[in-house]
Design a binder for this molecule. Structure first.
Ligand code: 1GP
Length: 233
């Protein structure tokens, strides 16, 4: 069954605890109309930085989610926790090994109603996440559809995350994917730099994620939600 809250997510910002952001910018993101703010990143993620960012975010009425990439940096106090499982990783650490280790350590403490697993398909070979996870990125559409079915039908995951981190992906592929899956929520993230791109990907992805643009061009990052407000009113 679809998670109602998850289905309501159309737009997310992703903040990297390793990058600096002002209190004013945090306030503006919180008031932007986005559905939630995800805190996560690939490299240099520490408990201290994540905790500090959470404290700043908690001054505002916005749902906050931690996307866990490092077991040592799990910070209590987020509304939800997203756990990535990189479907096309060739390093088993990122498929299930890290998850098993985390459950061995924290299994008894987890509030399962706060946890959602994301089936990632990493598609930009140049991205840090592709390098770290040794993802097999030379995929054609049929390969990607097969991974999507795996997430949707076999593993019954709530989220399928099409990750182009740092580069804008192929909207036609997302369109085709959308036709083949049933219940998984499609997240699209990567290289969204304008409201036009946000609009294009929102036609097919259930949820779009804007990351780097927040640090590269803050005003333009805000515009990716203006469009969403228009589209989903
Ligand atoms: C990264 O998918 C997100 O995990 C967003 O990508 O930083 O390229 O916007 P960008």
């Amino acid at each position: 069954m679809k998670n109602k809250w998850l289905s309501s997510l159309k737009h997310l910002y992703k903040l990297d605890p390793d990058c600096s952001i002002t209190e004013e910018q945090i306030e503006r993101l919180s008031l932007s109309g986005t559905d939630a703010i995800v805190v996560g990143g690939t490299l240099g993620i520490t408990y201290e930085d994540t905790n500090q960012l959470l404290r700043k975010l908690r001054k505002h009425r916005i749902t906050v989610i931690q996307e866990i990439s490092n077991m040592e940096a799990i910070v209590p106090g987020f509304d939800y926790y997203f756990i990535p499982l990189v479907l096309n990783a060739q390093d088993p650490q990122w498929i299930l090994n890290a998850h098993q280790k985390a459950l061995k350590k924290y299994g008894d403490l987890i509030h399962w109603n706060q946890i959602l697993v994301e089936g990632y398909i990493v598609l930009n070979q140049e991205s840090s996440v592709a390098k770290l996870t040794k993802s097999r990125t030379n995929l054609d559409l049929e390969d990607v559809i097969a991974y999507a079915r795996l997430a949707d039908k076999m593993l019954n995951l709530p989220i399928l995350y099409i990750e182009y981190s740092g580069s804008y992906g192929n909207a036609e592929w997302i369109k085709e994917l959308k036709k083949t899956i049933d219940s998984v929520q499609i997240f699209y993230g990567g290289g969204i730099h304008s409201s036009e791109q946000a609009s294009e990907m929102s036609q097919y992805a259930d949820t779009i994620i804007v990351g780097n643009l927040i640090y590269e061009n803050f005003e333009q990052a805000l515009e990716t939600v203006v469009h969403k407000a228009y589209l989903f009113r």
